[in-house]
Design a protein around this ligand. Structure first.
Ligand code: HAM
Length: 420
């Protein structure tokens, strides 16, 4: 039998309902907070991701699904949404009338990481971006949005970790200090870090190898090198989070795995997920729109790992398969023929109804209705057809009433609407 690809997964009925609930909650929230949906393609030219996420990142170096198409052009399955959103913003000149835009994207991303709980090769993100607002308020609004979503989903065990990565004005001095320090501990760093140390020393701070982490305990922190403007920006973010009562901690080591960040970076972490503790991550990327050929436009955003969020929500409200409101237990050819038409008419009226695919005994059909968790069962055989009334059984209370069969759809609609 052909199995699915390692690190990929199917989301089956019984699980998918929770995904739908979370997605609907997020969409409603985005509408409340003034974000518009954007749909971007699953694939882009490889160069887009290499230039925006950064050549020295794990994502670009090791994790992208890249292939040459039939004409030899290098294409990549999107490992994240931000680069594509920036590309679309520039390509469609969405900045022309007004640079300020709020976008959200929900969909699958692809990274060839080592699969484990909470880490997949196809995973899903809920992504939000604000363009054209360079103020600290934009960062705060994003974190507030993220926390409000958690609140609406009753997810409580979370904490915001936050840091500032400075700007092109203050970063060079920090880079020099970091490079000097890295040189001193070079013999304790892994091969990747030693390679990256020269070209992109900040990446070394993101290394997960325990030996490297140990060697870096005394590494200088960017927040201690911020220029005046970056410091004011960061202080405003922190003060506003406090004023909003949003719990947060400064994590001087939070550099994130993508190169485009400037100033604020943040993650939403949880204790509920074991090793993969980041439910969401994001930050400001003021240089990216210009670097990709657009006008100088500040931007900030985040992405939630939807798979991880589902796992957290599932711990408190297990997913349940959606149940039919009605099951028609029809016995014999004529009742089954009638049931076939009633079922279609009921679906047209918004009443989810199921029936047996094959002719089976009443006992078997009642068992099936029970398994599906149907709210009611309508029982009809030849006798009921002759009488012009079927039996409607409430599967919770077990109470049975007669229901007239002429104009059955209207009668059922009225009866079922009266039920919770
Ligand atoms: P990221 O930190 O790479 O940021 O990903 C965001 C979230 O996606 C992570 O916190 C995690 O929950 C989830 N995630 C990442 N990789 C996997 C995986 N292999 N399996 C399951 N979940 C995963 C970004 O992608 C940025 N584009 C966020 C952003 C938007 N920054 C600014 N705007």
């Amino acid at each position: 039998m052909i199995q699915l690809i390692r690190g990929f997964k199917d989301i089956l009925p019984g699980e998918v309902e929770l995904w739908q609930t979370i997605e609907r909650t997020a969409v409603a929230l985005f509408e409340d907070f003034g974000f518009d949906e954007l749909r971007i393609p699953i694939m882009e030219k490889t160069e887009l991701f290499a230039r925006s996420i950064g050549e020295d990142t794990d994502i670009v170096e090791k994790e992208m699904y890249t292939f040459a198409d039939r004409k030899g052009e290098l294409l990549t399955l999107r490992p994240e949404a931000t680069a594509s959103i920036v590309r679309a913003y520039i390509q469609h000149k969405l900045h022309a009338a007004d640079p300020a835009h709020h976008f959200y994207v929900i969909g699958p991303m692809f990274r060839r990481e080592r699969p484990q709980k909470g880490r997949y090769r196809q995973f899903y993100q809920i992504d939000a971006e604000i363009f054209g607002d360079g103020s600290a308020w934009a960062d705060v609004r994003l974190i507030h949005l993220l926390c409000t979503l958690m609140e609406r989903l009753s997810v409580t065990d979370t904490a915001v970790q936050i840091n500032s990565l400075g700007c092109p004005d203050c970063r060079p001095a920090y880079r020099r200090a970091l490079s000097e320090m890295l040189e001193k501990v070079a013999d304790r760093l892994c091969a990747d870090c030693n390679r990256r140390r020269q070209r992109n020393p900040l990446r070394v701070l993101d290394c997960k190898v325990p030996g490297c982490r140990e060697a870096l305990t005394d590494a200088p922190a960017l927040v201690d090198y911020l220029c005046e403007a970056c410091k004011i920006h960061f202080d405003t973010v922190l003060e506003s989070l406090t004023a909003l009562n949003l719990a947060h901690q400064v994590d001087k080591r939070l550099v994130r795995g993508l190169d485009y960040y400037t100033r604020t970076t943040f993650e939403l972490q949880t204790g509920a997920l074991g090793a993969q503790s980041a439910v969401a991550g994001g930050g400001r990327y003021d240089g990216l729109v210009k670097a990709l050929g657009g006008p100088d436009t500040p931007a900030s955003g985040f992405a939630i790992g939807l798979d991880r969020l589902v796992e957290i929500v599932a711990q408190q409200q297990p997913a349940r398969r959606r149940a039919p409101r009605l099951f028609i237990a029809a016995l014999g050819p004529e009742p089954r023929r009638k049931a076939f038409f009633w079922r279609l008419a009921l679906a047209e009226q918004g009443i989810r109804c199921e029936m047996e695919a094959a002719d089976k005994s009443l006992k078997a059909q009642m068992k099936h209705a029970d398994r599906l968790n149907a709210g009611h069962v309508l029982i009809i055989g030849d006798a009921e057809l002759g009488k012009g009334a079927g039996v409607l059984r409430d599967m919770t209370t077990k109470a049975q009433v007669e229901i007239p069969l002429n104009n059955l759809v209207a009668a059922l609609k009225a009866t079922l609407a009266a039920q919770p």
